[in-house]
Design a protein around this ligand. Structure first.
Ligand SMILES: Nc1ncnc2c1ncn2[C@@H]1O[C@H](COP(=O)(O)OP(=O)(O)OP(=O)(O)O)[C@@H](O)[C@H]1O
Length: 229
């Protein structure tokens, strides 16, 4: 599902004269098979978000390539990558990224509007996704009227609504308390098992990493197959 080859990325920091290059990704290669749930673990600053930004197409790498579902995405321009994302990738973020002025229904409907789906079909798909996350009765609520765990479920429904083969999650439980975190991790595992969606989960939390069928550990710009205690 994902093949990453020889990815290198450095940021230039500082002012002219004292400018420095920070090499964040140093020749990273790994692959994720269809239906796997893989966690990428590593300390703060180890380059996890940079890697995810490249895989999601929000950042162009200095070198290397990423192939997702058979497409070399690193070659796509911004417009084509946006189109590709809409059909192939669902996102879950630490801070949910819901639009607060929109209802739960409208938040989940958004990707379908972008896809140009007719209204009747949209309505059916949104209801289906909300049912899946157990929040159909909350469809007219606003995000601020929901708990953190519920808001994260809405964002999962928004990711699921386009039936993506791949979900990228960046610290998905980072804003949740421990019990809610456990519920959400179980739910993500369920989606992985039942729907066969491939998950790539970025985390610095051992408990989250351990839910993966495989853990890739990032340290010092490199990646290795992780072994967590
Ligand atoms: N836009 C940028 N410009 C300059 N340096 C950056 C930029 N983005 C990230 N970095 C640097 O790259 C390194 C890796 O950052 P990154 O956010 O990828 O790490 P991370 O593992 O996701 O950390 P965290 O868990 O804290 O989010 C850090 O040293 C960071 O300061």
């Amino acid at each position: 599902m994902i093949e990453v080859k020889n990815l290198c990325h450095a940021f230039r920091v500082g002012r002219k004269g004292t400018r420095q290059k920070i090499h964040v990704l140093k020749d990273i290669s790994f692959s994720v098979k269809k239906g796997e749930l893989v966690a990428i673990a590593g300390r703060s600053g180890s380059g996890k978000s940079t890697l995810l930004n490249i895989i999601s197409g929000f950042l162009k790498p200095n070198r290397g390539e990423v192939k997702i579902a058979g497409t070399f995405v690193t070659n796509l321009n911004e417009t084509r990558f946006a189109e590709f994302r809409l059909h192939h990738i669902g996102f879950i973020f630490q801070n949910f990224q819901l639009i607060l002025s929109m209802t739960v229904f409208q938040n989940v409907e958004l990707p379908l509007i972008l896809k140009g789906m007719p209204e009747a079909e949209r309505s059916m798909k949104v209801d289906e996704a909300l049912e899946r996350v157990g929040l159909l009765t909350y469809k007219s609520h606003y995000p601020s009227e929901l708990s953190g765990g519920q808001q994260q479920r809405v964002s999962i429904a928004r990711a699921l609504v386009v039936n993506p083969p791949l979900i990228l999650a960046d610290e998905p439980t980072g804003s949740l308390d421990s019990d809610t975190e456990d519920d959400l991790l179980m739910f993500m595992k369920e989606l992985n098992n039942e729907l066969g969606i491939t998950f790539l989960v970025i985390t610095h939390d051992k408990k989250v990493a351990q839910m993966g069928s495989r853990i890739l550990e990032m340290a010092d710009g490199k990646m290795m197959e992780g072994v967590l205690p």
